[in-house]
Design a protein around this ligand. Sequence first.
Ligand code: GLU
Length: 428
Amino acid sequence: MNNVSHIPSYLSAEHLGPWETFLVQVDRVEPHLSPDLRKLTPILTRPMRALIVNVPIRLDNGEMGHFEGYRVQHNLARGPGKGGIRFHPDVTLAEVMALSAWMTVKNAVVNVPFGGAKGGVRVDPRQLSIAELERLTRRYTSEIHILLGQDKDVPAPDINTNEQTMAWIMDTYSMNEGRTAMSVVTGKPISLGGSLGRKDATGRGVFVATVEAARHISLELSGARVAVQGFGNVGEAAARLFSNAGAKIVAIQDSTGAIVNPAGLDVRAVKAWRHEHGTLQGAPGAESVSTDDFWQMETDVLIAAAMENQITAANAGHIRTRIITEGANGPTTPEADLILQERGITVIPDVLANAGGVTVSYFEWVQDISAFFWTEDEINARLDRIMREAFAAVWDSAQAKGIPLRTAAFVLGCERVLLAHKVRGLYP
Ligand code: GLU
């Protein structure tokens, strides 16, 4: 990765991965910004603030467990911090910095009134009991309490966190504040002020963005071959929606392996199998293949809904598909982007493709603050409209400027953020 001009000196070399990717993406935006906004881009190249917290918890065996957590507010120019909390053994400060920066751009691309933030705890949640996970979540929430609030910073689910995690965060924050504060977190259970449609929202946004791209490149989605990498909340919902629309889910890959069926997998049956057996292997109507075979399968659409750094210089040359939709954050490295561009593959970037989740988080926040709840049809209709409008803005700008969709999305998002800085001015 050459031409990276803004690597902050306080980062150690081995943790530069996703943050360095973000910096390269900002570098690619700069030539397309007006001179007055270009002058402000250094603001984006470091987070506004980052908190590292120690998270000691009582384990079930009476011993103490020690974990490290982070909450990074990358930019608050356009509104309160917004972004998920991830529990994963590989979480690092640099990763959370990158994820928070992508939230800044994403929130601006879909024009929801939020800045970008993200949190994480470096933990393997599979090694903890439910009671231990609850204590971990509550202690972490207490440690980052100083940053949180409906008009300060509003977390949400991410990898390995869910509605229950959000309920514990809401309860911990509320008990420490001495009031019930529903709007401090989104992705909550419906019974606690959660929004209808939130659970499927990211997958639904992935689907809507792909439908729009398919229309532009004259790809018929009915009967199209779709491969899904990552079978968590995002990948599963997207697979279900594509399948309902008449597409064939020909391959699914997750951390337990890869399965294929050229005639189309039964998504519900695979989900039930995965739930019961903890693995994709042996799912009904499926043949197991290697990860290499998965990446080399010929498809029309590939949904990358797992983690960062999945599509790299090593596999980008072998992927045979027409559209890659990034359900995950940061699945494609900058080098892979160049390879895919050269090969004419349409990449719908994360900051656009997976923005459906935070869009319905915004609806949840609005509903909680106004204490007035919408129907699922209203939510889905508004989500579809926002996704289609954001897609059109990015697509049209990419065509007009002759640039990839990722750069066009970054230009749109960064312009909105930097314009907010420009009109707010510098203070103190
Ligand atoms: N974690 C999700 C994302 O990466 C959702 C964030 C939110 O709803 O605040 O976009």
